[in-house]
Design a protein around this ligand. Sequence first.
Ligand SMILES: *Cc1c(COP(=O)(O)O)cnc(C)c1O
Length: 327
Amino acid sequence: MRNIASVPRVSLGLFPTPFYKLEAISARYGRNIWIKRDDLCGVALGGNKVRKLEFLLAQAQADGCDTVFTTGGAQSNHAMLTAACAARLGMDCKLFLKDRGVTGRRGNLVLDEIYGAPVRLVDTDDYQDIYREMEAEAAGLEARGHRCCRIPLGGSTPLGTLGYAAAARECAVQAMAAGIRVGHLVSATGSGGTTAGLLLGAGLFLPGARVTGMAVDPQPFRETVLDLAAGAAALLEASFQPQEKDLQILDCAGPGYAVPDPAATPAILELARTEGILLDPVYTGKAWAGLLAQVKAGGFEGEGDIVFFHTGGAAALFAMDLPGASN
Ligand SMILES: *Cc1c(COP(=O)(O)O)cnc(C)c1O
């Protein structure tokens, strides 16, 4: 197997991110719950895409790219972080975002502008339309001597997935130092790469830990996650066979992707008011509410502690309402 540290990677974030026990929450729910603060990874408002981009943009640099294209929803955290990271590396960045659900120039759209990335809003429900448009524009630029890197939705390729295998390794080191046994790794699942990376990383570095993806999009993720984990394992030449029982995907989408769920609001308020931590209404709020619901229902069997990966997303708080949050 190839050492994950030997895979080319460009340093963008401040790692390791903090890892600590949520004391008040753990006492309240009678279960040891830890948090991995990837929202504090030091780029923009933080978030999980930075770990993926460390691998993806290293590849782009090796390929001699001067321009980065990516896509997402109008309020895409991934697109915003790609713009931030590309700017830092002196690369041009252009974003092709879904026009649906645009609520004015707020949240991440403001940040995209600050980071200097032009945004093209595409009026479609189908990312294939966006990829076609991206390809046409990339071809035009390449005909004029540029080189373009195309990063798909969420940076969820096998290479990007390595970011979360590396995160699991980082967490394993911290758990060892803290003297705890990790039983469960929990994160939001949006395009699958984070959960897939954690699954691979758990298999390699946290034997016995299981992975739960809280799906914030009402689509089947199991196969996507398993495929991405297998693809990332192949890059490491690792013999890795995820067991069915090691991966759990729970539906936390509520009323739909990127539609705030009033049922998640109490959990968002509770974490803010007990631990001072902000969650967002699209990803981490739904995932955290899902985690608490599982804990209350006696889920996450076994003795190991639970680790919640805070994957960022705070800009959404400035782009949409938090239903039911008024005191
Ligand atoms: C993209 C994103 C996720 C989901 O990660 P995937 O790797 O796409 O599944 C979770 N939380 C936040 C804040 C995100 O921006």
